[in-house]
Design a protein around this ligand. Structure first.
Ligand SMILES: Nc1ncnc2c1ncn2[C@@H]1O[C@H](COP(=O)(O)OP(=O)(O)OP(=O)(O)O)[C@@H](O)[C@H]1O
Ligand SMILES: [Mg+2]
Length: 417
């Protein structure tokens, strides 16, 4: 029996689609035989054409006139979702960008599976938005609307860490109390669950989910604070104007934040930057900023910073090569510096784990396993700190980019058959 439904992990950075077929891995190939499609959309204004995933990043980096958007999921639940970006006089609503991407995920999955999917279980973070229930509900409602517009007739939602738990459960042989830690691009999500092969057979798992918790902090925030601390100062952030006032920081924040990079490219922003350059005490730094904006290289820079961050998961120091900017082009970043830049974020993530254990009224010693998934669980300090909250638990590393999608596929089969 083949399932009628698929599981869709629409991630901030990467997306997957899973489908259960006996004897086959569940994740479907979406691009160049790979099971992940980076959540990126490029509108090529020269050719009036859309591209997606690695293809979108490549088209943007090749310098085609157009608009790149990454981190689309971060728009859900914010007022930015109803905004738009402009390219060559054409306005592209962000909702349309999201619908294009989800529609493309569906098309590619259907092509790989050789059949159509009308039902889907979409993953969702525990909180799209922190401490704002209404905005959080709005985020889910918007995603539902967009999924339906993309052609899914029936859509259910599942918490991303619960989906990861279902994936891990398919591998274990005895009952375990497990903390699932899913540290992704946009959110860090946790769930404390009782897993076993017998429990996996039950239709209703509510009693096995002891608690969930999540914060709207993930790898894209690590990129942002690494950029603000190590790269933006070289473009004039923190420098002084003739009046001795500090350079306004909004342009730097927009450029350091994946989903707001395009806001740095408006005509108004350009005029402001030119005024600031006239008043700047360190004009060479402003020249680098102006060149970056003029070349529309904001995403290129963010990709460099992200690469550096990922390198620091292995090495204690790395060099960013900023060849598209005027010299000096090499920026050395030490892991210690990165750790310092993200300490406040890591503390907030740790607090979410503490809260989860308190809510579940479970002592740390009772947890058998910590299961790590999500690309950002590669960040050294974060993994060390979470593990130290549960010193007795064994640590298991899942498929960092595939566990959620595989779990959603299982859930889709259970719910829709
Ligand atoms: N080795 C690594 N070390 C640190 N970070 C990494 C590593 N590999 C990938 N990342 C980061 O992981 C993030 C992407 O992870 P993932 O694909 O799990 O997120 P996502 O599912 O798209 O996001 P979310 O679940 O929050 O919506 C990116 O921020 C990426 O930079
Ligand atoms: Mg994810």
């Amino acid at each position: 029996m083949m399932a009628r439904a698929c599981g869709v992990d629409f991630g901030t950075s990467n997306s997957t689609v899973g489908w259960c077929r006996p004897g086959h891995p569940s994740l479907l190939p979406l691009e160049e035989g790979k099971t992940t499609l980076p959540s990126a959309v490029f509108f090529n204004a020269e050719e009036d054409r859309w591209s997606f995933g690695r293809g979108a990043l490549a088209d943007y980096l090749a310098g085609h006139e157009g608009r790149l958007m990454r981190s689309l999921k971060s728009l859900l639940g914010t007022s930015l979702l109803d905004g738009q970006t402009e390219v060559q006089g054409r306005a592209i609503p962000f909702r349309q960008l999201l619908a294009q991407f989800i529609g493309e995920l569906k098309r590619r999955a259907e092509q790989a599976a050789g059949r159509s999917f009308e039902h889907a279980v979409f993953g969702r973070p525990v909180h799209f938005i922190d401490d704002d229930l209404k905005a959080d509900q709005q985020a889910e409602a918007s995603l539902l609307q967009i999924a339906q517009a993309a052609g899914f007739r029936e859509v259910a939602f599942q918490y991303e860490p619960i989906a990861a738990a279902f994936d891990y459960e398919s591998e274990i042989e005895r009952e375990q109390l497990v903390l699932i830690a899913d540290i992704g691009g946009g959110t860090s999500d946790f769930s404390l669950v009782r897993l076993s092969p017998q429990r996996a057979q039950k239709a209703d798992r509510r009693d096995d989910i002891l608690a969930t918790a999540g914060v709207h902090i993930g790898g894209t925030d690590f990129d942002k604070y690494l950029s603000l601390s190590s790269v933006m100062p070289r473009l004039g952030m923190g420098s002084r104007l003739a009046s001795d006032a500090e350079m306004p920081s909004s342009h730097y924040f927009n450029l350091a934040t994946w989903h707001t990079i395009n806001l740095a490219y408006t005509r108004k922003a350009w005029e402001e930057l030119q005024d600031l350059r006239r008043d700047a005490r360190e004009r060479d730094k402003l020249d680098r900023l102006l060149q970056l904006v003029q070349q529309r290289d904001g995403h290129w820079l963010a990709l460099k910073v992200e690469e550096g961050k990922i390198a620091l998961s292995e090495a204690t120091v790395t060099a960013l090569q900023l060849e598209r900017l005027p010299p000096p082009q090499t920026v050395l970043v030490e892991r210690e510096h990165f750790d310092a830049a993200i300490t406040h974020l890591v503390m907030a993530i740790e607090a979410a784990v503490g809260e989860l254990l308190r809510n579940a009224a479970v002592p740390a010693e009772a947890v058998d396993t910590v299961f790590f998934t999500g690309g950002s669980s590669g960040v050294h300090m974060l993994r060390k700190r979470i593990a130290s909250l549960l010193p007795d638990a064994q640590r298991v590393e899942g498929d960092l980019f595939g566990s959620i999608g595989a779990g959603l596929a299982l859930d889709a089969q259970r719910r829709f058959g």
